[in-house]
Design a binder for this molecule. Sequence first.
Ligand SMILES: Cc1cc2nc3c(=O)[nH]c(=O)nc-3n(C[C@H](O)[C@H](O)[C@H](O)COP(=O)(O)OP(=O)(O)OC[C@H]3O[C@@H](n4cnc5c(N)ncnc54)[C@H](O)[C@@H]3O)c2cc1C
Ligand code: FES
Length: 277
Amino acid sequence: MHKIIERIELAKEIIQIKVEAPQIAQKAKPGQFVAVVLDERGERVPLTIADWDKDSITLIFQKVGFTTQKLADLKPGDFIAHILGPLGHPTKVDNFGTVVCIGGGVGIAEVYPVSRAFKEAGNRVLGIIGSRTKDLIILESRMKSVCDELFVTTDDGTYGKKGLVVDVLRGLLDVVEKSTHTKYPELVYAIGPVLMMKAVADLTREYKIRTIVSVNPIMVDATGMCGSCRCTVEGKTVFGCVDGPDFDAHTLDFDELLKRTKLFKTQEQKADGKKPS
Ligand SMILES: Cc1cc2nc3c(=O)[nH]c(=O)nc-3n(C[C@H](O)[C@H](O)[C@H](O)COP(=O)(O)OP(=O)(O)OC[C@H]3O[C@@H](n4cnc5c(N)ncnc54)[C@H](O)[C@@H]3O)c2cc1C
Ligand code: FES
């Protein structure tokens, strides 16, 4: 049993909870996730470890369906039955030079610990975060504290620059192209909706900039047994939960990933009390 010690509503539908989990906290590394099981009959929901200290981990999640809604209803003092982790390979962090870290939507919470690790490793970190609208921008000050420069975008222009995160990246790469004294980033790291990560990958492929994305396929067991998180990288089958979640964006099959995230739509709508569409 894991006690919730803090609950903060960061934005509309985005909740941050701090949960007692000393064994996980002491092993956690940037890029890893946990599988949360709310009660004995609950499904396993993968959530990135957004932060940690000696005894607790911080999870930041968007209410999108049955389990995240139930998790959002829990208060400080309530318990989560099981938390498995840390799961997945940590992000490979080294001193690469300049690293661009991109987070879209709730992916901002996921890119934060990775950006911090790149900064601690001595990189120049350029952060780009974006959401649909102003009210959904989260962790701006935390991201600022670990980035040399931070760019904020909203689709509707209500905050930061109007447009998509990939537009900012394109602008940065254009500047380098026209300049004689700046150079391209050594690495781009992106987490967010599949279409956002695909757009980033398509752009950086043109410039031959190494790009890593953290994938978010549907996971059932999160231990490599069920195959539901199957992805294709370099033409080979890999499992997001045990081989990932980080993969090379230029050889990942994004179209397949997009198709597979809709695999359980009918069951999810049923669990959520909605009529299947
Ligand atoms: C490695 C990993 C780390 C993740 N980290 C976070 C995180 O830190 N914060 C966060 O908010 N979410 C994160 N997710 C996504 C999160 O696991 C899903 O939002 C959650 O499982 C939805 O469960 P649910 O029962 O509330 O909704 P469901 O009823 O299961 O689904 C509701 C809607 O969300 C979509 N959905 C379900 N699972 C996923 C998924 N894995 N990716 C994208 N869409 C999905 C469904 O297609 C459906 O449209 C992560 C996913 C993975 C694989
Ligand atoms: S979630 Fe079952 S193999 Fe990855």
